[in-house]
Design a protein around this ligand. Structure first.
Ligand SMILES: [Zn+2]
Length: 284
């Protein structure tokens, strides 16, 4: 971006401070205003202004009192779990799973659609996702205006943009514009990414990677993928394929992989690669 610090307006600054406080409360709360001042590096006056605004909007709520040495007890603040909701979608080999969460990541509703292996028409998957969104919204009794967005994890390489074009050999998807297909049926904000990357992001926010600046989170399921994080940001590579190591050749002229090539890593450590020989042995 070309805009230097001099281009930042007061409004940008205020929005930035809000984000800093919200982030500190979301990942580190509940916390008192004084703790927030320490955690964010913002001034006490700024924390006081920002939290007043967030309280007035209902984005944060008071969460009891904590004793302070000698002084008045301090009010704890936390993000209101019901201020907003998010939907997560997992497009896997055998199912499309749609779940609705509040901001505390408590699951409020869920819908599951089985996929027959080797039958993953993009239109069918899109229909399942859209149906699932309607089902979980109705089941949770949450209005669309309360939804922050829908995050969708898919196999393969995702071209980031409104069309969210996906290349997933194992699904038989060549340049499938999943974003466009879904946009025809919902106006909610959509975030489509590779499933290993979404899982890696979740680990960094809530799991084993909390607080890490550099991490590699590996997904070993039917497919094999990874999220490579450097300086807190997912490394994507020039084509968005960084971390797509399942189809790296590990054995020359080796086992046949689902993608058609020989000797891919996935053919050995992916679920089919592990279960295939075991079931063949049992049958033989
Ligand atoms: Zn392969």
């Amino acid at each position: 971006m070309m805009s230097g610090p001099e281009r930042r307006t007061v409004r940008d600054l205020r929005r930035g401070n809000r984000a800093i406080v919200l982030r500190a409360l979301y990942f580190g709360g509940p916390a008192s205003r004084q703790e927030l001042t320490g955690a964010t590096g913002l001034s006490a006056a700024t924390v006081s202004n920002v939290t007043a605004g967030l309280l007035a909007e209902g984005a944060i709520v008071e969460a009891g009192l904590v004793e302070s040495d000698g002084g008045r007890p301090r009010v704890l603040l936390r993000v209101d779990p019901e201020h907003g909701y998010a939907i997560g979608v997992d497009v896997g080999e055998t199912h499309v799973r749609v779940e609705l969460f509040d901001l505390a990541m408590t699951e409020r509703a869920k819908a599951d659609y089985a996929l027959r292996p080797a039958r993953h028409e993009a239109q069918l998957v899109a229909r399942h996702i859209l149906a699932g969104i309607d089902v979980v919204l109705a089941e949770a009794g949450v209005g669309r205006e309360r939804m922050l967005g829908v995050g969708i994890g898919v196999p393969g390489i995702v071209e980031h943009g409104p069309a969210a074009v996906i290349h997933a050999q194992t699904f038989g998807w060549e340049s499938v514009p999943l974003g466009t297909l879904l946009r025809a049926g919902t106006s909610l904000p959509l975030f489509v990414d590779n499933g290993a990357k979404t899982m890696g992001q979740a680990e960094l926010w809530f799991g084993a990677g909390r607080g890490a600046r550099h991490a590699i989170v590996a997904l070993v399921g039917s497919g094999v993928g990874a999220n490579i994080v450097t300086d807190g940001v997912t490394y994507r590579g020039v084509t968005g394929s960084a971390g797509e190591w399942g189809h790296t050749t590990v054995v020359v002229n080796g086992r046949r992989c689902r993608c058609g090539a020989l000797g891919c890593l996935e053919a050995y450590v992916g679920a089919e690669g592990v279960l295939g020989p075991a079931t063949r042995r049992r049958a033989g």
